[in-house]
Design a protein around this ligand. Structure first.
Ligand code: S3P
Length: 166
C-alpha cells in the first residue's frame, strides 16, 4: 500500500490545487485532488451534488474519496476544504505529512468572495468566512504537521515555503 508524500489541507480558495501541482512538479510526483475524484466518479459538479443531495451526502462521498486516495496515491494529495470536518477522515491523516495552507478572513474574501461556483459561499461572504474559519481552524491545526501561511504570497512562494517546511 502506498502513502501520499504530502497531503494539503486548508480552506477553499487557499490555493491547494495550484500549489499542489507546483509541488508535484518540483518533487517529480503525481498530483491528485479528492474534489476531482468525486466529480469524475459522479459525473456531476460539486455544486450539483450539494443541490441534488445536500451537504451530508457530499461529505459521505468525500470520506470515501479520501480513504481511497490516501491508500492509493503516492504523490501530492489535496483534500477539499471541509474534508477535515469528519473525525474518521482526520484519523486517516494521523502519521502522515500534512501541510495546512492558511489564510486570514480578509484574504479569503478577496480571493473567493465572488466565486459562486463554491456552494458554501453562494450566500455571504465575510460573515460566512469568519464562521467557517472559526469552526475549522483548530481541525486543520489538529491534523497538520506544518502550517504555511499564504497571505500576500504567490503560489511559487507558497510552494517554496512548503518545501522548506518539510
Ligand atoms: C468545501 C470545499 C470545496 C469542496 C466543496 C466543499 C468546503 O473544496 O469540497 O465545495 O466545505 O470547504 P476546495 O477546498 O477544493 O475548494
Amino acid at each position: 500500500m502506498s502513502s501520499p508524500l504530502i497531503v494539503l489541507v486548508g480552506p477553499m480558495g487557499v490555493g491547494k490545487s495550484t500549489v499542489g501541482r507546483l509541488l508535484a512538479e518540483r518533487l517529480g510526483a503525481g498530483y491528485r485532488d479528492t474534489d476531482d475524484d468525486i466529480v469524475a466518479a459522479q459525473g456531476r459538479t460539486i455544486a450539483e451534488i450539494f443541490v441534488d443531495e445536500g451537504e451530508a451526502a457530499f461529505r459521505a462521498l468525500e470520506k470515501e474519496a479520501v480513504t481511497r486516495a490516501v491508500a492509493e496515491h503516492d504523490g501530492v494529495l489535496a483534500l477539499g476544504g471541509g474534508a477535515i470536518l469528519d473525525a474518521g477522515t482526520r484519523a486517516l491523516l494521523a502519521g502522515r505529512r500534512v501541510v495546512y495552507l492558511s489564510m486570514d478572513v480578509e484574504e479569503a474574501v478577496r480571493r473567493t468572495g465572488l466565486n459562486t461556483a463554491r456552494p458554501l459561499l453562494a450566500v455571504n461572504p465575510r460573515k460566512q468566512w469568519r464562521e467557517l474559519m472559526e469552526a475549522r481552524r483548530h481541525l486543520y491545526e489538529e491534523v497538520a504537521t506544518a502550517v504555511v501561511p499564504t497571505d500576500g504570497r504567490t503560489p511559487e512562494e507558497v510552494t517554496r515555503a512548503v518545501l522548506d517546511a518539510l
